[in-house]
Write a protein that binds this ligand. Structure first.
Ligand code: PAJ
Length: 281
């Protein structure tokens, strides 16, 4: 495995792999790797001849009062894991390398970027699409792997790829959960024992939605009301949003019909967690 810190070296390595006829898969991450990330690496391994992973805590997708400074960073452990998984290239650039001094160019997917997490985290998705566009330009992957856990993120990236004719296939992998249902996240490390317990309300609320769906309820307002009840019973968790939307456009749906994304975001203490389920798939 090769650890690469400069754009020029990463580009040269990826180009030469592709020139020798290899299919290249990219797994973009911010590190602090867990089994959710590894599921993307496994998918990449099965679809590609050469796998590249990036580890970059991207400052532009964090708001001024968010956790950029304290986001967990452990490059050494991450590299050990990725080496064991048979990843060929790990790209871990510095902030200055990714954002040359005076960088003022952004990639924005308009409209979609203001929905779901974009509503409560202004500028977040602009940061995501800008850094992912950079990674795609540097690595030029055939496939790029993203998790369903960040449902709005992959919808927005798929839109960017389509709009900008980027020659990459975006692959989406299922959510990996703990045994009790909590979706794996690097931010789970922030949770104290009590917060960890109360955070299960996110998954519980989505299970409730699935039950309602299976019993034939299709009225979004009714489903949202039932979910708000679940959250009311867990007052230590503050609901940020609970939305029923089209999984591609992220526009709200008044009825749960066709493929529907049900997405939730909430704060357990200071930790913001997200989760979702797709119905009618
Ligand atoms: P990060 O939060 O590190 O996540 C990297 C990838 O892992 C994302 O595609 C995310 O959806 C996926 N992932 C996280 N938890 C998962 C889980 N429990 N199950 C399955 N997949 C999971 O998302 C980002 O980084 C950044 O925004 C990034 C795309 C790297 C751009 O900076």
């Amino acid at each position: 495995m090769k650890l690469v810190q400069t754009v020029s070296e990463m580009r040269a390595l990826c180009r030469s792999a592709k020139l020798s006829g290899k299919r290249l898969g990219l797994v973009p991450t911010m590190g602090a790797l867990h089994a959710g990330h590894l599921s993307l690496v496994h998918a990449a391994r099965s679809r590609s001849d050469v796998v590249a992973a990036s580890i970059f805590v991207n400052p532009t997708q964090f708001g001024p009062n968010e956790d950029f400074a304290r986001y967990p960073r452990n490059l050494e452990d991450d590299c050990t894991i990725l080496e064991r998984e048979g990843v060929e290239f790990v790209f871990a650039p510095s902030v200055d390398e990714m954002y040359p001094k005076g960088a003022v160019t952004w990639v924005t997917v308009e409209g979609l970027s203001d929905r779901l997490c974009g509503k409560s985290r202004p500028g977040h998705f602009r940061g995501v699409t800008t850094v992912v566009a950079k990674l795609f330009h540097i690595v030029e992957p055939d496939f790029a792997f993203f998790g369903q856990k960040d449902a709005a993120q992959h919808a927005i990236i798929r839109h960017m790829v389509r709009d900008l004719h980027m020659p990459v296939s975006v692959e989406v992998c299922p959510i990996v959960r703990e045994a009790d249902g909590l979706a794996l996240s690097s931010r789970n490390a922030y949770l104290g024992a009590e917060e960890r317990k109360s955070a299960l309300v996110l998954h519980r609320s989505l299970m409730r939605v699935q039950q309602l769906y299976q019993s034939g309820d299709r009225d979004s307002a009714k489903v949202i009301a039932a979910v708000k009840n679940e959250f009311a019973a867990e007052p230590t968790v503050r609901l940020d949003y609970f939305e029923i939307v089209n999984p591609d456009t992220l526009e709200p749906q008044s009825r749960v019909e066709g493929r529907t994304l049900v997405a939730v975001a909430a704060f357990a203490g200071k930790t913001r967690l997200i989760d979702n389920v797709v119905l009618g798939a």
